[in-house]
Design a protein around this ligand. Structure first.
Ligand SMILES: [Zn+2]
Length: 178
């Protein structure tokens, strides 16, 4: 990829070569601070980089507007890294390129997710993020309805119950108000 590429941000700044990590080259927009990474380069780097422990992704400000691929101008597809915060990376399937908005690549690296990009770009990962978000939504709704104190107490009882070898019997007793 030798032709000059321009960022799809408002400034349309020419992307310049940069280093995303030791041994990993990418492109950088000095106007919006975004980074572009070719998956081919990433995979070569990934095969030599040590696996880092996973941690929850941290926040960066999210711009929700659709992004066009700097190389082919097609709309990029958005992939979620995690549900809280809502943090996404954009991929162009045609060019096998990924775009990181300002600070996102650094956040991925900082949380040990930098080596898991191929996993993030799978349907399985995307479904998992969605399921986690649904679970959190349900939890928030229950807390709203019953109060945080009641839900905390319920969680404590559930945890205790799960640890009991005769939990079904205990639960039946509770229901029957022995
Ligand atoms: Zn493209």
């Amino acid at each position: 990829m030798n032709k000059t590429l321009h960022c799809s941000c408002a400034a349309h700044t020419e992307l310049i070569a940069c280093k995303l990590a030791p041994g990993l080259k990418g492109l950088h927009c000095t106007s919006c601070d975004g980074h572009m990474l070719m998956l081919e380069d990433y995979r070569v780097w990934r095969s030599t980089a040590p696996t880092q422990p996973a941690a929850a992704a941290t926040a960066t400000a999210e711009d929700n507007s659709a992004r066009h691929c700097p190389a082919c101008t097609r709309l990029m597809q958005r992939y979620r890294v995690g549900s809280t915060p809502d943090f996404r990376v954009d991929r162009c399937a045609a060019c096998q390129a990924v775009w990181f908005a300002g600070g996102e690549w650094q956040a991925l690296l900082a949380t040990g997710m930098g080596t898991r990009l191929d996993e993030i770009l799978t349907d399985a990962w995307q479904r998992q993020v969605q399921a986690e978000e649904l679970r959190k939504g349900r939890e928030a709704a229950l807390r709203q309805r019953h109060g945080a104190a009641a839900m905390d107490e319920l969680a404590r009882i559930r945890q205790w119950l799960h640890a009991q070898p005769e939990r079904d019997e205990l639960l039946a007793l509770l229901r029957a108000d022995w």
